[in-house]
Write a protein that binds this ligand. Sequence first.
Ligand SMILES: [Fe+2]
Length: 205
Amino acid sequence: MTISQSYAEVISMQHTGAGSWMKYLMYKSPATYRHCVRVALLAEIVVPYLPIDEKEHAAFIRGCFLHDVGKTKVPNDILHKKERLNDWEWSVLRKHPVYGEEILRNQSFYDENILQLVRFHHERYDGAGYPEGRKGEQIPLFARACSVIDALDSMLSMRPYKKPLTASEAYRELERHRNTQFDAVIVDLVLELPEHEIGIYLNGI
Ligand SMILES: [Fe+2]
């Protein structure tokens, strides 16, 4: 496969209001910005296998790129802290999905699927996530799918307080959290991606 125009459009969206926020994120927290770019690339690879209408594919990729835009409103000393966060710092960090939705609500062209992806990408399938503790299919499909690829990229990349996992360790973690943190159908579909397609992502990190 080749990287399609929709992915290229998504990461060059500086001309839009949301693009300006992402550009700000690129300067404020380059690591977070690069994570958003990689999650958009994973979205591009995964989306043909998701039960998402083809005309919505670009919106899913765009939503994945924007999923952490709310981190622009989280102070860097929390975002980049190397030690464990205390309860107050966690409570601030956990606001980023709601901050992100607020930022995008002001961009009138954004559709509801993207807004919901941003708001709900930290919900868990078992209801133990945030910000609302939604469960199962109460969590919109775009958000359930983003949650799996967001976690995959987070496990495979350098984080302030943890070493990256290998691809097979990260796959085992996804498998272990089927039906607890993640929608099992989406986990299975990610684990079964053809090697030459997921390789485009794995070879680039
Ligand atoms: Fe996030």
